[in-house]
Design a protein around this ligand. Sequence first.
Ligand SMILES: [Zn+2]
Length: 510
Amino acid sequence: MKSKPLALAIVLACFSAPRPAVDTVNVYGNSQQSPSTQGGGSGSGTVLDSDKIQLPDMGDSSGTLLSPDQEKELGESFFRNLHAETTINADPEIQQYIESIGHQLASHSLSPSSPFHFFVVMDPNINAFAGPGGYIGVNSGLILLTEAESELASVLGHEIAHVTQRHLYRSAESANRMSIPSIAATLAAILIGTQSPMMGQAALMGVQAGNVQFQINFTRDHEKEADRVGMSTLFDSNYDPRSMPIFFERMQQATRFYGNGVPEFLRTHPMSESRVADTRGRAETYPFRQYPDSIGYQLTKAKLRVMLEADKKVAGQYFMGQALQGTPEQRAVASYGMGLVYLESLQYDQASRLFAHLTAEYPNQPQYIAALARTASESHDYEKANKLYAAAVSKFPSDQPLKIEYVRSLLKSAQPAQALDVLQSLSDKLKKQPQYFELLSQTYSDLHRPGESHRYLAEYYYVTGQTQEAIMQIRLAREEKDLNYQMLAIINERLNFYMSEQDEKRKAKN
Ligand SMILES: [Zn+2]
């Protein structure tokens, strides 16, 4: 059973948004803008024309229109759409890190039991956002702009506050009804900046759904509240509150640096002096102490730097400089970064030497072992690679990234049966991720079970927002002979499900 058309309007607040008066999404086709929603924000509270819709806060008890199930469905649909719009990080170590810091903060938020999902968008622009269903994305460009882990935590704390304070949406009854898939698609486009929420109706043509029109206005009060609530979460989670004004200031400088090429969200929602000043004043009320960066933060940044830098020489020079300063741990991270540069440049011997040195010195750091094993695998020394992975997996049995890399190496070395075993031992959470379905599909293909291979490839396409391709694959699956009755029933059920989803999408476009 899929989304009935929902009377719904969505509001969201993006990372650095100042605030016009009303958090509304105008659900009237071709209607003029309400004067109260224009411009840079009068801060005059919720003013709505009387003939316009009422926007009850979903968070309160007065007639919640979006059930938790619908909210979950909207979030999932939003996340699928994001995959179709942008590149979501698929590196399991980076994913593990962003989730660990995100959940550390969420568990100290005002709503620790709410569902949260954290992920990295591979995009050099500085951006972070909170979508529906607790889906919080941070661009890789923003992570690289941070100079301390608490700075990243301050951005996440702010986004978490948008979720817990229910800034994301208001729901409304309206003559024009939007379905969950069309809302999800619209939000995905707006949040990652392919559509600007502030650019007026012409620019929003691309995200119009029928004669329903989205209009999103950020609110300065919500931003302030997210800063305030976020900072207290930050402190409670053992991160430095002073990092928030420091990072806000750096974003301000980044705006200047960008000149005319300022990222959309910074151009439309500048980081105001007063916002920085407010945050700084509040931060000063907290006791001062040192907050060292976790090793996970440092390794994630090093890895992202190598991934994002097109010219590996530049990244190499950076790590050379870093290797000469800081604590032994920081120098080790620089050496890890250097090793990744060698690995990317196919200089396996040099990479292997650095990673071997690191694993000897830090035997309890799975990322170093994984890097050594990956180097072996990529230089086609599968025996060495698989031995290293197997030992590491038994030493760190709950480490999911190691398992994923092990599966890749097993597949490359033509051992699909072992790969299947390892895949089946992954956590439930990982079993919902695109790369799990992709690897499973490849594994079944290598095991000469084409029906299941198509079936899981279909699932991969579905969770990455490519429903049409999913339908093609599931149809191919039905043609195969290797399926038992039970699997065939599942496949037919999935086909119907994808078709109804596709119908919703089509309806949303008309
Ligand atoms: Zn915000």
